[in-house]
Design a protein around this ligand. Structure first.
Ligand SMILES: Cc1cc2nc3c(=O)[nH]c(=O)nc-3n(C[C@H](O)[C@H](O)[C@H](O)COP(=O)(O)OP(=O)(O)OC[C@H]3O[C@@H](n4cnc5c(N)ncnc54)[C@H](O)[C@@H]3O)c2cc1C
Length: 384
C-alpha cells in the first residue's frame, strides 16, 4: 500500500476498535492517520468508561473465546510497555441460574482452548464469597486469570504506542463519503481533505449516523446506565482480591469489585432505549438509581444503604445478534465498516485490530460472522 496518497489508511474513530486497527497497521509500517470528532475514548464514546470486563466465556461461540484469549496477551504486553497497570486480574465469575446450558458450554470451550477455569457449586460460592447473596444461583464458572481493563486509559495508551510507530492523530469530524467509486480522500466538516488508499470507519454508535441508509437500520444504539457504590469505611470485602468481577446470567446484571477506589460497579446488560450518541443525557435517571440500590442491597446485604459515589451513561452499539461488523462498503470498495461491539466488544480490541489490519493488507480471508450481509434489521440477540 504505497503511492502518491498522504496515507495508506485513514482510521475514522479513536475508540478501542479504531485505535487497535491503527496500532496494527502502524506496526506493519503502514502510514496511518487516526481521526476523531472529539478525542480518544472521550466521554460520549462507548470506549470512554473507566473499566471494562475481559472474560473468555462465550458459551459455544469459540471465535470470541479465542479472540479474548489472543487479546488478553496483547493487553498485557501493552500494559507492560506503558505506565500504571491497564489490566487487573480480579478473576471473572459467570453465575448460572436454573438454566446451566451456557455454563456447561463455556466450560467445554475453555477446556478446549486451554484456559484455566473452575466450576463452583452453590455451597462453595457461599463459603468462598460470604459477602454475596447467591439466592437463585445454581453454580458459577470462575476464570481466575481474567479481569478488568482500565478502558479509557488503555485506549489513550494504544494511541500513544501507535503514534510512537509514526501514526498521526487529528481531531476532526469526517463527512459521509458519497458515490460508488473508490475514494481518493475523505473530507472534514471544516473543509480539509485527507487522502489515503483505504479508509476505516470505526465509528461505534455513530456508524448508523455516518452511513444512515446502509447502517441506520442495522446498528441499534441503546442507553446503558452504570452505578458505583461506596463500601463502608475500612471494609475490604468489596475490593479485589476478596470479590471477583461477576456476571449473573439470569438477572442480566454484571458488576466488578472496587477498582482504583472508584466503588463497586454495577449495571444491567439488558438493552435500554434507543439513543443518539451525540445528544443523549449523560445523567443517570432516578429510576435507574433506585433499581441499582435495590439490587445491591439484595445481592450484597452489607451494602444496603451504601451511597452511590459515581455514575456513567454510555451506549451499546448493537448489531442484530451481537456479532461484530467488519466488512468493506458494498458500493465503495476501499471503505471499511468496523464496529458493532454490542456491549461486549472492548476486550476484543487487539484481536479486532489484528484481523482488520490483516484484511486491509489482503492477508486474511473473510469471517462470515462479521459480514454486512449477516446483519439484519431486526434485533435478535444471540451473542452475550
Ligand atoms: C456501559 C458499557 C459497558 C460495557 N462493558 C463492556 C465490558 O465489560 N467488556 C467489554 O468487552 N465490552 C464492554 N462494552 C462494550 C465496549 O465498550 C464497546 O463495544 C466498544 O468500546 C466499542 O468501541 P468502538 O471503537 O466501536 O466505539 P467508540 O468507542 O464509541 O468509538 C467510536 C469513535 O468514532 C468517533 N466518530 C464517530 N463518527 C465520527 C466522524 N464522522 N468523524 C470522526 N470521528 C467519528 C466517535 O467520536 C468515537 O470516538 C461496554 C459498553 C458500555 C456502553
Amino acid at each position: 500500500m504505497t503511492g502518491t496518497k498522504t496515507y495508506d489508511v485513514v482510521v475514522i474513530g479513536a475508540g478501542v476498535f479504531g485505535v487497535w486497527t491503527a496500532w496494527h497497521l502502524a506496526n506493519r509500517k503502514q502510514r496511518v492517520l487516526i481521526v476523531d470528532s472529539y478525542g480518544a475514548a472521550h466521554s460520549r464514546a462507548s470506549s470512554g468508561g473507566e473499566s471494562r470486563i475481559i472474560r473468555m466465556s462465550y458459551g459455544r461461540d469459540e471465535i470470541y473465546t479465542r479472540w479474548a484469549q489472543r487479546s488478553l496477551v496483547q493487553w498485557k504486553e501493552l500494559s507492560a510497555a506503558t505506565g500504571p497497570p491497564l489490566f487487573q486480574p480480579t478473576g471473572v465469575l459467570w453465575l448460572a441460574g436454573e438454566d446451566e446450558t451456557r455454563l456447561r458450554e463455556s466450560a467445554a470451550t475453555l477446556k478446549r482452548c486451554g484456559i484455566r477455569h473452575e466450576v463452583l457449586e452453590h455451597t462453595t460460592l457461599g463459603a468462598r464469597y460470604p459477602q454475596v447473596n447467591f439466592a437463585g444461583v445454581s453454580r458459577g464458572l470462575l476464570e481466575p486469570e481474567s479481569g478488568v481493563l482500565l478502558a479509557r486509559r488503555a485506549v489513550a495508551s494504544v494511541v500513544e504506542e501507535a503514534t510512537w510507530r509514526r501514526a498521526r492523530f487529528a481531531i476532526a469530524q469526517i463527512l459521509t463519503p458519497k458515490g460508488n467509486k473508490p475514494l481518493d480522500y475523505v473530507e472534514t466538516s471544516a473543509g480539509e481533505r485527507y487522502s489515503a488508499g483505504q479508509f476505516v470507519f470505526a465509528c461505534g454508535a455513530w456508524l448508523g449516523k455516518v452511513f444512515a441508509d446502509l447502517l441506520g437500520p442495522r446498528i441499534f444504539p441503546t442507553r446503558q446506565e452504570v452505578f458505583f457504590f461506596g463500601s463502608p469505611p475500612g471494609d475490604a470485602r468489596f475490593a479485589p482480591p476478596a470479590l471477583p468481577t461477576w456476571l449473573f446470567q439470569a438477572d442480566e446484571v454484571y458488576g466488578m469489585p472496587d477498582i482504583e477506589a472508584r466503588g463497586l460497579k454495577i449495571a444491567r446488560d439488558t438493552h435500554g432505549e434507543r439513543v443518539d450518541p451525540d445528544t443523549q443525557s449523560r445523567l443517570a435517571t432516578p429510576a435507574g438509581a433506585a433499581w441499582a440500590g435495590e439490587y445491591v442491597a439484595r445481592r450484597f446485604p452489607a451494602l444496603k444503604d451504601a451511597p452511590i459515589v459515581g455514575t456513567r451513561v454510555c451506549q451499546y452499539e448493537n448489531t442484530s445478534n451481537g456479532d461484530f461488523l467488519i466488512d468493506s462498503h458494498p458500493d465503495i470498495p476501499n471503505v471499511w465498516l468496523a464496529g458493532g461491539g454490542s456491549g461486549h466488544g472492548f476486550k476484543h480490541g487487539p484481536a479486532f485490530g489484528e484481523y482488520l489490519a490483516g484484511r486491509l493488507c489482503g492477508e486474511l480471508p473473510e469471517e462470515p460472522r462479521f459480514s454486512l450481509a449477516s446483519k439484519a434489521t431486526q434485533q435478535d440477540r444471540t451473542v452475550y
